[in-house]
Design a protein around this ligand. Structure first.
Ligand code: GTP
Ligand code: SPV
Ligand code: MN
Length: 588
């Protein structure tokens, strides 16, 4: 499949280490994939779902101790400890290679090693990059087929002599959580993952390459790899403006990326197009603007809460050729279900663990981090630019998180530098996307806390540097919060499709068409400038409340930021200290 000696030599080396019984090169052909699906179904690794209702769809259950990313066992191994930064786990690369080499030694005896060439980004794009993942999991192969451009084309993209590919090695080993490691060696373009079979830990093109390794590459090569969705809003005149938005895991990227415009906008002819739902790679184009591609080819989306009302387009995307992981299996018609899909949980069903389940004991049928892996081309609103090798120009960048209080519905930064500050102080409640406590507020700068492949202080510096290069062509930077709650803990803002009302103010600001009022934290809309037409429960007063900046809460926030900033030592850019001083002065 390739004459590239760099690839061939490395595969030989890894085969010698892992000692599989068989090595299969994945060419991406339908014939080969069909055989793999059949094999996975015959061993029980996957389950074929109702061919009429869910054609081409499969169900998979991971081990009960292996249902989410494991941040505590994810490492960035740089030669200098400092370069990994204070947030990442670090180990000396030599020590880590040695430790893991022992674990990989012979780990694939009795198993098959699959060699997966894949391309992150459209084939033929200068913005795309190639990886090769070696794995002993068919589930990984079938997911990588949906999530990336997988097969011979990836080797064509790489060429016969290039050494610029990410070397990924994955083994399920025995899914022992005590021995689980998700390890990145950014200086070697290498990722080693062992003892997991869960998406974010094992689909090495995704978080491991497209964020952790790529963020490091982007820093060195002058571009950005971000945990961002990309969407386009088309106005009635047919012009499309693109927005990139960073929210932490399970905080609404997939939903925002595919939103259905509320009637007020739909009736006027507005449309929304999805370019990406999780990751953006962004470079400065020949015109000096910031251009983005989505390096992925599918959606690895949160299942619970996805329904025809909240996210019709995501649900449609899952109707064929989709892999479901850790959802409920409806035995009556061999389909799937999850909490929030509809009000009719199946009576005759198995829960995500594969146990008999009928919801009467109050337990959840689907795991809160259960997922669907769906091809982007299934999505009714996939952007016509999805495969465009040049990507799309970004007008606005949005940061946002889950905050019950403090953060207002929306505000705009005063400048790029202030926008970097706004991103750096993001905080959000933790979710089921990673193992550990849920609902705890933590700092998650630019939604990259778990995904930045180098020192976060240097990462902030890189953002500032990009802003200098972009100058007046830089996208405007905003912050949103869909998750403010009332005293009973209910979300005040309706969210989902209605988030477009906020996006419209944002685009108007980018075009100089909307007013703003200055607050201590940045520019806010006048409450009456958020269109609430057709929103029964929401009055201008409610919007005012959602925009309220509580000075006392923000003073506490400023103290928290100061503490957080201290952890970066002298690698925290001075500009951000200045911005913090300005915030404090504004709050006086
Ligand atoms: P990852 O794939 O983990 O990166 O998550 P994501 O950022 O794509 O989050 P996703 O869109 O899948 O949403 C996660 C959860 O938040 C789902 O249960 C959604 O139903 C819920 N959610 C998304 N958008 C909104 C919103 O605007 N308001 C409210 N209240 N909930 C939302
Ligand atoms: C996330 O956790 O942000 C995800 C899912 O998008 S995973 O691929 O598991 O990282
Ligand atoms: Mn994500």
């Amino acid at each position: 499949m390739t004459n590239n000696k760099n690839v061939l030599n490395w595969v030989d080396e890894m085969v010698a280490l892992c000692k599989p019984d068989k090595v299969v090169w994945i060419d991406g052909s339908e014939e080969q994939l069909k055989a793999l699906r059949e094999e996975a179904c015959s061993t029980g690794e996957m389950l074929k779902l109702n061919e009429e209702k869910l054609p081409g769809c499969l169900l998979h259950r991971t081990a009960v101790n292996d249902v989410a990313r494991v941040e505590g066992r994810t490492y960035i191994c740089t030669r200098n400890k400092e370069d990994a930064g204070p947030i990442n786990n670090w180990e000396d690369p030599k020590v880590m290679y040695e430790r893991l080499t022992k674990m990989y030694d012979g780990v694939m005896k009795g198993r098959t090693m699959y060699v997966i060439p894949y391309c992150m980004g459209p084939i033929g794009s200068k913005l795309s990059k190639v990886g090769v993942e070696l794995t002993d999991s068919i589930y990984v192969v079938l997911n990588m087929d949906i999530m990336t451009r997988m097969g011979v084309d990836a080797f064509k993209q790489l060429g016969d002599t290039s050494n610029d590919f990410v070397r990924g090695l994955h083994s399920k080993a025995d899914i022992d959580e005590e021995k689980r490691y998700i390890v990145h060696f950014p200086e070697d373009n290498t990722i080693w993952s062992i003892n997991s079979g869960y998406g974010g830990n094992v689909l090495l093109g995704k978080k491991c390459f497209a964020l952790r390794i790529a963020s490091y590459q982007g820093k060195n090569e002058g571009w950005m790899a971000e945990h961002m969705l990309i969407l386009g809003i088309e106005n009635p005149q047919g012009e499309v403006k693109y927005i990139a938005a960073a929210f932490p895991s399970a905080c609404g990227k997939t939903n925002l990326a595919m939103l259905i415009p509320p009637e007020v906008y739909k009736n006027k002819g507005y449309k929304v197009w999805t370019v990406g739902d999780d990751i953006a790679w962004m470079r400065i184009g020949d015109d000096g603007r910031l251009w983005a591609i989505n390096p992925e080819a599918g959606f690895f989306g949160v299942a619970p809460g996805t329904n025809a009302h909240s996210n019709f387009n995501a649900l449609e995307s899952t109707k064929k050729n989709t892999i479901f992981t850790n959802v409920v299996h409806n035995l009556d018609d061999n389909t799937v279900w999850w909490e929030g899909l509809d009000k009719n949980p199946p009576k005759n069903a198995l829960n995500w663990k594969g146990e008999k389940w009928d919801c009467t004991d109050g337990s959840k049928g689907a795991h809160p981090n259960s997922r669907f892996t769906a091809p982007a081309k299934n999505c009714p609103c996939v952007s016509p630019k999805f495969d465009d090798p040049t990507g799309v120009p970004i007008s606005a960048i949005i940061f946002g998180g889950r905050r019950a209080k403090t953060a207002p519905l929306v505000y705009q930064s005063r400048s790029w530098q202030h926008g970097v500050f706004v991103g750096s102080i993001m905080a959000s409640e933790t979710t089921a996307a990673a193992t550990g406590a849920v609902g705890v507020v933590r700092r998650d700068p630019m939604a990259m806390r778990p995904f930045c492949g180098y020192h976060m202080g240097d990462y902030f510096g890189h953002w500032l540097e990009m802003g200098k290069r972009l100058g007046d062509k830089a996208p405007k930077i905003f912050n949103v919060n869909w998750f403010r709650t009332d005293d009973e803990g209910h979300f005040i803002w309706p969210g989902f499709g209605d988030n477009m009302r906020v996006l419209m103010w944002i685009l108007d600001r980018c075009e100089g068409k909307a007013d703003a009022v200055e607050t201590p934290i940045g520019f806010e809309p006048k409450a009456e400038d958020i269109n609430i037409e057709g929103l029964g429960d929401i009055s201008v007063e409610t919007v005012k409340g959602l925009l309220d900046v509580d000075k006392n809460l923000w003073k506490e926030e400023a103290d928290g930021i100061e503490e957080f900033y201290k952890t970066f030592g002298d690698r925290l850019p001075k500009e951000l200290h200045d911005e913090l001083d300005t915030l404090k002065a504004n709050l006086k």
